[in-house]
Design a binder for this molecule. Structure first.
Ligand code: ADP
Ligand code: MG
Length: 687
């Protein structure tokens, strides 16, 4: 068996209990610990002179112990060991709390290297080192814990820094001479990458800065290559033969609409029609801001598919959104003589069964639903088009699962998360992209204001005025705490809504909604909101995705400093969908420089693409992708935007590998393939 796959317990120093703790860090095998890359490094190479130190500096000093090593008891039953050290420049104090054994290990007159943070302590005129790392100094040998670059790992309780370092060293020693390399020699040569063994050593215990940089570059390359191969394999059906769906005169479709399609919508529809008629499968991403009318592009595609005698499936990330699509699309499709049904988890078993049957026998043209659509038992007679809405909510694997229900079905992905163009090209290298960069006519930009708490009375007055005019209002609260990553906005939203309805707006209809409610309850609330039976809806970010209430003219975002820019933009998109002047009020309670920048951007522009660029700039690419908002697997080390240069080499490398071995079945690609499978095995989770 490959050493990489050995359970962690195989390593000396890891028992059952520790293995359990490591599991919490996602580390199960020897390979996992080697890939548990440091989150940072401490540079302990420099040896400073004591006189050059300032408080707060973490650095090594080389000092001789010039006093007795004294031990004493201090308050709280604690023990202290203290002594003084000196180098040729000056003296410093060293103290150890509750480490009585130090007394027997350090002797007066001995010379040691100490590493730690120098601080100013009360009652002492000189700088002090508290609980430092220390090693006896020797002229002919560098230390193991000092005079080198040390890794710093992400920890969990019960697993300390030094313990992890030790285990990583054990793992490295175990694998020495036996490390298989995921990257073939030819790739390493071509892109000047060091071998796996050297890199594993240096990513954990860097010999020097250059070796660390080389190691990092290699692992970034490896990770991006695996990512890129995986994405291409899942999406790269570009040349697969698909149903040829003939182009039709779109006026047949347009005549049933109550509005004229925008130029951008028409262009996107033309792209789609051209793709689907080409004889190859379509893989197209429609990017457009909230409210830009992406749904109509999907509708047009479904109409074309139906005209060619194949079925279409439309998958949305939430029941609310699926139902809303159904309500918008069913009447349009009815006028086009298309048979449409909805399939969501909360439907009764009987009606689900009926719907599934209709899809299987081909009595349905369009099936709209949540991921219930990809559940087992759902079959289509002839699925020719798969539309997924709000794609960042779905993992690539889920999209692929739906596509598999059809035989090379055409794929249309709709995203309201505008991604900067450069990144879109990397992420969706194998998707064609249509941008809808024009809003339906008559839309006015949402007027956005940032206000502080002192404006609350005015804002309340404003709410009354708008509601008096018949409008509706959203109030969004951030999640106060995350329980196991689940949306638990219950308390805040509920208590806040209660407070508003009792004390502030007793005359208005106030309701609340959050992600932990039963789907039926959520749907009920949203239905009432759509029907105008609610004046103020207090909510968590469940309303973030695609809800359409054209009569809502104001959205208030509490603690807006807690939201990311992209999310603020998505939230703001809930208003301004009708013909009324609309407003977004951002309550701001402090926050950093970056936070204020974010809010400034919001006040200045309504353009989602511009906001995405700014978001990327402000947050840094790590966060942008770290949020797993894009349905791609989490990355350990690479940073798609920052590692730009490597990324373009990787694209080339991926192309070369696949040109030679499209399914990665050759022995020399076996390890790569395994890594691809591993990376994508969890990619399908909803996030
Ligand atoms: P999104 O791109 O956010 O999914 P939708 O497709 O939900 O946007 O469209 C937003 C609103 O705009 C809907 O109420 C829809 O009926 C309306 N709409 C779409 N296209 C047009 C158009 N060309 N003219 C006027 N209204 C439109
Ligand atoms: Mg939409």
């Amino acid at each position: 068996m490959n050493l990489f796959d050995r359970e962690l317990r195989y390593l000396k120093g890891v028992g059952e209990k520790r293995a359990g703790l490591f599991a919490k860090l996602g580390v199960f095998t020897v390979g996992d610990i080697l890939r548990y890359f440091p989150r940072a490094y401490e540079d302990r190479r420099e040896i400073a002179h004591i006189t050059d130190l300032t408080p707060g500096m973490s650095v090594c000093v080389r000092g001789t112990v010039v006093t007795d090593v004294r031990q004493a008891r201090i308050s709280g039953g604690r023990q202290i060991v203290r002594f003084r050290i000196s180098d040729e420049s000056g003296q410093a104090e060293v103290m150890f709390f509750n480490q009585g054994w130090v007394k027997d290990r350090i002797r007066r007159g001995g010379e040691y290297i100490f590493y730690g943070e120098f601080r100013e302590m009360k009652n002492s005129r000189m700088l002090s080192l508290v609980n430092p790392v220390y090693e006896a100094f020797s002229v002919d040998k560098t230390g193991t814990n000092t005079q080198r670059i040390m890794p710093v790992y992400r920890l969990t309780s019960g697993i300390g820094q030094n313990y992890i370092r030790g285990i990583v060293e054990t793992a490295l020693r175990l694998c020495e001479g036996n490390l298989e390399d995921v990257l073939s020699e030819s790739i390493r040569e071509r892109y000047v990458l060091q071998n796996a063994e050297l890199c594993y050593k240096n990513i954990h215990f860097p010999g020097n800065g250059d070796l660390l940089a080389d190691a990092r570059r290699r692992f970034v390359f490896e990770e991006l290559l695996v990512l890129s191969l995986g994405l291409r394999r899942m999406r790269g059906r570009r040349n697969a033969v698909g149903y040829a769906i003939p182009e039709m005169d779109m006026s047949g479709f347009e005549q049933v609409l109550s509005f004229k399609l925008t130029g951008a919508q028409q262009r996107a529809i033309r792209d789609v029609a051209a793709d689907m008629s080409s004889g190859y499968t379509m893989n197209r991403l429609i990017q457009g801001d909230v409210g830009s009318g992406k749904t109509m592009v999907a509708a047009a595609a479904a109409w074309l598919a139906c005209g060619a005698g194949v079925q279409a499936a439309v998958m949305a990330p939430t029941e609310i959104l699926a139902s809303q699509h159904y309500e918008t699309l069913a009447p349009i499709f009815e006028r086009l003589n298309m048979r449409t049904a909805l399939l969501v988890g909360s439907m009764s078993t009987a009606s689900k069964r009926k719907t599934v049957e209709l899809a299987a026998t081909g009595e349905l043209d369009v099936l709209i639903g949540t991921h219930a659509l990809i559940s087992e038992g759902v079959e289509f007679k002839k699925l020719g088009l798969v539309v997924t809405d709000e794609q960042h909510r779905f993992g690539v694997a889920q999209r692929a699962a739906l596509a598999e229900k059809g035989n090379n079905a055409h794929m249309l992905v709709m995203s309201a998360t505008p991604i900067p163009r450069t990144l879109a090209l990397m992420l969706y290298g194998d998707l064609d992209i249509s941008r809808i960069d024009e809003l339906p006519p008559g839309r006015r930009p949402v007027q956005t204001f940032a206000v502080s708490e002192s404006y609350r009375p005015r804002v309340e007055k404003f709410i009354r005025k708008l509601v008096g005019e018949g409008r509706q209002v959203f109030i969004v609260c951030p999640l106060v705490e995350e329980v196991d990553g689940l949306d638990d906005g219950r308390k805040t939203v509920e208590t806040y809504a209660e407070h508003l309805s009792r004390e502030v707006f007793p005359e208005l209809r106030v309701e609340f909604i959050h992600g932990r409610m039963k789907p039926a309850k959520k749907d009920e609330i949203m239905r009432k909101m759509s029907a105008g039976e609610i004046d103020i809806l207090v909510s968590t970010t469940v309303i973030e995705v695609g809800i359409d209430v054209p009569n809502a003219a104001l959205i208030i975002i509490e603690n807006s400093e807690r939201f990311g820019l992209a999310q603020l933009h998505q939230l703001r998109g809930r208003v301004g969908r009708g013909s009324h002047e609309s407003y977004c009020i951002l309550f701001e309670n402090g926050g950093s420089q970056v936070t204020r920048e974010r809010i400034r951007v919001m006040c200045e522009t309504n353009d989602g693409f511009k906001i995405a660029e700014e978001d990327l700039r402000l947050r840094g690419p790590g966060d942008f992708f770290g949020s797993r908002q894009h349905g791609i697997p989490a990355l350990r080390i690479a940073d798609i935007a920052a590692d730009n240069e490597t990324m373009s080499q990787v694209s080339e490398a991926a192309g070369l590998v696949l040109a030679d071995d499209p399914e990665l079945t050759r022995p020399e690609n076996a390890l790569l393939r395994r890594e691809v499978d591993k990376m994508f095995e969890n990619a399908g989770e909803l996030n």
